[in-house]
Design a protein around this ligand. Structure first.
Ligand SMILES: [Zn+2]
Length: 132
């Protein structure tokens, strides 16, 4: 039986053995939603690796091939969040450190792991006085 890839509306990926006559929809094991069949790597006709679409996230998909579909969905959501953030802040591309904050005072300079939070502003009047 061929192996098919499915993706549910919530973004969970999973694989399932299904007969050729099976429909294009299967229940998502993670959330139970109707998941649509997506083109399978196996169905690409034995070509040398044609490369996977970015949507399929090979580096994590392969790593969780037999893993928890919820885990895959979680990774996918994390990646999508990161991509949206990079669209908003192109300077983040290439910096793999997690972004800790990107709103408010960090709107123009997102705070990344390892950065020191800049909580003092020049107008804070918080300069230490000479005490001696
Ligand atoms: Zn799902």
């Amino acid at each position: 039986m061929p192996l098919y890839d499915y993706r549910c509306p919530d973004g969970h990926y999973f694989e399932r053995m299904a007969p050729m006559t099976a429909g294009d929809v299967s229940d998502c094991p993670a959330c139970g939603a109707a998941a649509a069949k997506v083109p399978s790597r196996v169905a690409l006709g034995g070509q040398a690796n044609p490369g996977l679409s970015q949507e399929q996230m090979p580096q994590t998909w392969r790593g969780t091939h037999n893993g928890n579909p919820e885990y895959v969905g979680q990774l996918r959501r994390q990646w999508e969040g990161r991509r949206k953030l990079e669209e908003k802040y192109p300077e983040l591309q290439g910096d793999q450190r997690p972004v800790l904050a990107h709103e408010g005072q960090y709107h123009h300079h997102p705070l990344r792991a390892g950065d020191t939070p800049t909580t003092l502003s020049p107008h804070d009047g918080g300069a230490p006085g000479a005490s001696d």
